[in-house]
Ligand binder design. Structure first.
Ligand code: F6R
Length: 614
C-alpha cells in the first residue's frame, strides 16, 4: 500500500533522507513514487511511474538537493492508472502547496465538480489532487497552513493519512493529519520527521509518536505539535522502538524472505524471553498483561485476522480449545466486519496481525469491541493501531518483517498463541502446572530444533525437492487437526510467491471432492506429525499414492515418510508445537520453487505488505 515520508529541518538537506525513507517503504508495494521539496523559488515536484530508481534518475541532476523541507510518497493506484501524472505529490494551482495522501477521499467527485466550476484545472485523475486544490485555495486566503488543512478536511469524507507542505512568508511549513491509515512522527534537535511506518523514522530517532484518528500535527524543526481537527491540543505519548535500523536491510541474503525465514530461531527465542515461569508452570507476560482477573471469566474467543495471520488464528483455536477448554470461533476479519455478529457476555476478540494496521482486522476488532467484547491482540508492531486499541497485548518481537510473504511473523504468532492458551488454561484451572511445565520445556527446545531445520543439509534437500516439483501442474497441501492450518499456510505461501496453483485442504475432506484432482502431475504435500491424527493422515497419503499422485510428507511421523516416498523430516515435539516446526520447511520449499521459476520473491505481483485500505 502507499507510503508517506516527510522531513523539515532547520538546516541541511532532506532529499536523500526522503528517498532513503521511500526505499525502506518499497516493501509495502507501489507503482509510482515522487517527492515535493521547498526551494527558495517555490515548491518543486519530481515523480515517476514504476520503481524508485526511475525517480532517482530524475533527481540525479541535483536540482532539488538543497531543500530543507519536503515530502515523499510511494503510490498504490486507487483513483487513476499508475502513471507519472497520477503519482503523488500533487500541487494546488498557486504552486505554493503540495500534498501526499494515503487512503480514499470518498466524496471527491462533488468536491471536484465544485472546483471545476470555480475554474480550477486538474492535472491528474486522483482524489488527492482535489484535496491539494482545497488546501491551496484556503492557504492562498489566509497564509495559515494548519487552518487551511483543517478547513479542507472538514469537508472531506473518507479515510486518509495526508501531509501538506507549503511555502509562505515565514518559509516552509508542514502539517499532517490522520483519519484511518497510520502515520507516525519523530523529532530531533534540528528536525521533525513523519512516515506511514516506523522504519523510515529510525535513522532519526527511536522515540516515535503515533497519531490517532482525528489528530493533526504541525511539524517544525525540533518539535511536533499535535492537536485534534479543531485545533485543540492533544497529548500523545511517544514510544521507544527497539528495532535496529539495520534490521531493515537484507544482510547477505538474496531476498528478505530468505533472511526472515532464517531469523526464526532468534525471533522465537525473543518471543519466549522472560515469559516462561517453569517453577510455577505458567506463562507471565510483561506489564501485568493477561492476568487471572482478565482471563478467568472468558466464555468464548472470537479470532479475527486476515491471510497468514488468520492461519495462526486457526492454530490458536485448536490450542485454546485444547489447553484451556474455551470455545473459539475463527473468521476472516473481512467477513466478520460485515455480519451482525453475536457477541455473548464474556467474549474476547483475539485479533492477530503482523503490521497492526490491516484495515479489515482493525474494523473487525472495533465492531467486536462496540458489541461488548474485550480485545486481546497478538501483534508484531509496538505502538500500531491494533496494539493501541486493544485491552491486552502480546507482542511477537519479530523485528521488522519486510518480505511481502509473511514467515517469521507467522511462527511467532503461533508461539504467542501457545503462550496465551497456556495462560488461559492456568487462569481457568483447566491446565495443570505439570502439563504446562512440559510445554514450557518443549518451547525452550524450539530454537535448536528450528536451527536444525535451517541447516545446510536440510536446505540442500529441500532445494532438490523444489527442483523436482517446480513444474508440477498444481499442489495440494493436506493436514489434519492442529496441522490443518499449516497446510493452508503452505498453500498460501506457494501461490503468493510462485504463482503456482496450490490449495490447502483438511486431509479428511479429500474423499469429498479434491481427490478427483489427483493424477501424476499433481504434487500432494502431507503435513503429519506424531500425534492424535497421525494414522488418519497416513491413510490419506495412501489414498493419494494409489491414485498416482506425487506425495511428499512433511513432519515427524516416520511412517508417513515411508508411505510417501519423498519426505522432509522434522524433529519430534509436542503435537501442540508441531505447526511451528512443520511450517518452516514449507516456507523454504515455496521460496526455492519461486526462485527456480524466476519470480520476484520479495515483491510478488499484485500484493502489498500491509493492507491498510479495504
Ligand atoms: C501472506 C501475508 C498476508 C498477511 C495479511 C495480514 O504471506 O503476509 O496474508 O498475513 O495481509 O496482514 P497482517 O498480519 O499485517 O494483519
Amino acid at each position: 500500500m502507499c507510503g508517506i515520508v516527510g522531513a523539515i529541518r532547520s538546516q541541511g538537506p532532506v532529499l536523500r533522507g526522503l528517498v532513503e525513507g521511500l526505499r525502506v517503504l518499497e516493501y509495502r508495494g507501489y507503482d509510482s513514487s515522487g517527492v515535493a521539496v521547498v526551494l527558495p523559488g517555490g515548491i518543486q515536484i519530481a515523480k515517476r511511474q514504476g520503481r524508485l530508481e526511475n525517480l532517482e534518475a530524475v533527481l540525479q541532476d541535483g536540482a532539488l538537493e538543497a531543500a530543507s523541507a519536503g515530502i515523499g510518497h510511494t503510490r498504490w493506484a486507487t483513483h487513476g492508472e499508475p502513471s507519472d501524472r497520477n503519482a503523488h505529490p500533487h500541487r494546488g494551482a498557486s504552486g505554493k502547496v503540495a500534498i501526499v495522501h494515503n487512503g480514499i477521499i470518498e466524496n471527491y467527485l462533488p468536491l471536484k465538480n465544485e472546483l471545476l466550476e470555480a475554474g480550477v484545472t486538474f492535472e491528474s485523475d486522483t482524489d488527492t489532487e482535489v484535496l491539494a486544490h482545497m488546501v491551496d485555495r484556503e492557504f492562498a486566503r489566509t497564509g495559515d497552513l494548519s487552518a487551511a488543512v483543517r478547513a479542507a478536511l472538514a469537508r472531506v469524507q473518507g479515510y486518509y493519512a495526508m501531509v501538506a507542505v507549503a511555502v509562505g512568508d515565514a518559509g516552509s511549513m508542514m502539517v499532517c493529519a490522520r483519519q484511518g491509515p497510520p502515520l507516525a512522527v519523530a523529532w530531533s534537535e534540528d528536525g521533525a520527521y513523519l512516515a506511514s511506518d516506523v522504519l523510515p523514522l529510525l535513522p532519526y530517532s527511536n522515540q516515535v509518536t503515533f497519531l490517532e484518528d482525528g489528530d493533526m500535527a504541525v511539524m517544525q524543526p525540533g518539535s511536533v505539535t499535535i492537536t485534534d481537527f479543531s485545533g485543540n491540543p492533544v497529548t500523545r505519548t511517544s514510544r521507544e522502538i527497539e528495532w535496529d535500523p539495520e534490521d531493515a536491510g537484507k544482510g547477505h541474503y538474496p531476498h528478505y524472505m530468505l533472511k526472515e525465514i532464517h531469523e526464526q530461531p532468534g525471533v522465537i527465542a525473543r518471543t519466549l524471553e522472560g515469559r516462561l515461569d517453569e517453577k510455577a508452570g505458567d506463562v507471565v507476560f510483561e506489564n501485568d498483561q493477561l492476568q487471572d482477573a482478565f482471563l478467568a471469566d472468558i466464555s468464548r474467543v472470537q479470532v479475527v485476522a486476515c491471510g497468514t495471520a488468520l492461519h495462526a488464528g486457526y492454530i490458536a483455536s485448536y490450542l485454546i480449545e485444547g489447553l484451556a477448554r474455551v470455545p473459539v470461533d475463527v473468521e476472516f476479519a473481512s467477513e466478520f466486519r460485515y455480519r451482525d455478529p453475536i457477541i455473548v457476555p464474556g467474549t474476547v476478540a483475539l485479533a492477530i496481525s503482523q503490521s497492526g494496521e490491516t484495515a479489515d482486522t482493525l474494523a473487525a476488532t472495533r465492531l467486536a469491541k462496540a458489541k461488548g467484547a474485550r480485545v486481546i491482540s497478538i501483534c508484531n508492531v509496538p505502538g500500531s493501531s491494533q496494539v493501541r486499541e486493544s485491552d491486552q497485548v502480546i507482542l511477537t518481537r519479530g523485528g521488522p518483517e519486510i518480505g511481502v510473504a509473511s514467515t517469521k511473523a507467522f511462527t511467532a504468532q503461533v508461539v504467542a498463541a501457545v503462550l496465551l492458551a497456556i495462560r488461559i488454561g492456568r487462569a481457568k484451572g483447566t491446565l495443570s502446572a505439570d502439563d504446562a511445565r512440559g510445554l514450557l520445556v518443549e518451547l525452550r527446545m524450539l530454537r535448536n530444533q528450528l536451527e536444525e531445520l535451517l541447516s545446510e543439509n536440510m536446505r540442500t534437500h529441500i532445494k532438490d525437492l523444489a527442483r523436482r516439483h517446480a513444474a508440477a501442474k498444481g499442489f495440494l497441501f493436506i493436514g489434519r487437526g492442529v496441522n490443518y492450518p499449516v497446510a493452508l499456510e503452505g498453500a498460501l505461501k506457494l501461490k503468493e510467491i510462485s504463482y503456482m496453483h496450490a490449495e490447502g485442504y483438511a486431509a479428511g475432506e479429500m474423499k469429498h471432492g479434491p481427490i478427483a484432482l489427483i493424477d501424476p502431475g499433481m504434487t500432494v504435500v502431507a503435513v503429519n506429525s506424531i500425534g492424535r491424527v497421525a494414522d488418519k493422515v497416513r491413510a490419506n497419503i495412501e489414498q493419494v499414492k494409489s491414485r498416482g499422485g506425487e506425495t511428499v510428507s512433511v513432519g515427524s511421523d516416520p511412517e508417513s515418510h515411508e508411505i510417501a516416498g519423498q519426505s522432509i523430516k522434522v524433529p519430534a515435539c509436542s503435537e501442540w508445537l508441531s505447526p511451528i516446526l512443520n511450517t518452516v520447511p514449507l516456507q523454504l520449499l515455496s521460496y526455492y520453487i519461486a526462485d527456480l521459476r524466476g519470480c520476484d520473491i520479495d515483491k510478488p505481483r499484485n500484493l502489498a505488505k500491509s493492507v491498510t485500505v479495504e
